[in-house]
Design a protein around this ligand. Structure first.
Ligand code: PEP
Length: 246
């Protein structure tokens, strides 16, 4: 049975005391049926690790090398050593603002998997790609070029997050039917590339202006296994309300 997961991407938000307070507001979480993950800025990973309770903890980014002359970057090997379990890859902000390509994301996926970390792989189409009906082809290409070289066993360490770019931080949400349609499509790609087993066991999260008001409807869909949450993950009450929306 695949896992239900609600993950919070804090992006470059919160100062140290705000981050500390938010972790305190979440670390008594004890709903065993939904995993709650947080992705704080790298600066606060150590703090989060020291008082995370039942929360899962991940980094927002890595550079795909274990160590070396990569000023300003952090490595999967360093994260593993700290006991960090997850990392985001392919977030649309890194694709568009930092210019990360599918082939560079593939390197990140490999670096993480080789260090035993779990990958939350983000994919999703731009507004104009949806308007021209190309959303399935775009997502398929992202998955094929960055993820589908993995073995079936390695895919057990991957969670997929479908995040239509036009819905991220915009207040626009994909309808529950649009999300379900894409999630079912991704599941069909997993079945043809790997197997029914992998398709059925891979968690697929929805991201894009998900909040307490719309989470219940999104999560009621058969192929939506939870959410990757940006803005609404910055307050304990709204993040917990989303986690309790199944
Ligand atoms: C995100 O950045 O992954 C995201 C889904 O943001 P928001 O919930 O704010 O749209």
């Amino acid at each position: 049975m695949r896992k239900k997961i609600v993950a919070g991407n804090w992006k470059m938000n919160l100062n140290y005391s705000e981050a500390s307070e938010l972790i305190d507001g979440l670390n008594n979480y004890d709903n065993k049926s939904v995993e709650l993950l947080i992705f704080p800025p790298a600066l606060y990973l150590d703090l989060a690790q020291s008082k995370k309770g039942n929360l899962g903890l991940g980094a927002q980014n890595i550079y795909p090398a274990d160590k070396g002359a990569f000023t300003g970057e952090i490595s999967p090997w360093q994260l593993k050593e700290m006991g960090i379990e997850y990392c985001l890859v392919g977030h649309s902000e890194r694709r568009s603002i930092l210019g990360e390509s599918n082939s560079f994301l593939k390197e990140k996926v490999d670096a993480l998997i080789n260090n035993g970390l779990k990958v939350v792989f983000c994919c999703g189409e731009l507004k104009e790609e949806r308007e021209s009906g190309n959303q399935n082809a775009v997502v398929e290409q992202q998955l094929k070029e960055s993820l589908f070289h993995l073995s079936e066993t390695q895919m057990e360490s991957v969670i997929i997050a479908y995040e239509p770019v036009w819905a991220i931080g915009t207040g626009l949400t994909a309808s529950a039917d649009q999300a379900e349609e894409m999630h079912a499509y991704i599941r069909s790609l997993l079945a043809s590339k790997y197997s029914d087993h992998t398709s059925e066991n891979t968690s697929i999260l929805y991201g894009g202006s998900c909040k307490p008001e719309n989470a219940k409807e999104l999560f009621s869909k058969e192929n939506v296994d939870g959410g990757l949450i940006g803005g609404a993950a910055l307050k304990a009450d709204s993040f917990l309300a989303i986690a309790n929306s199944f």
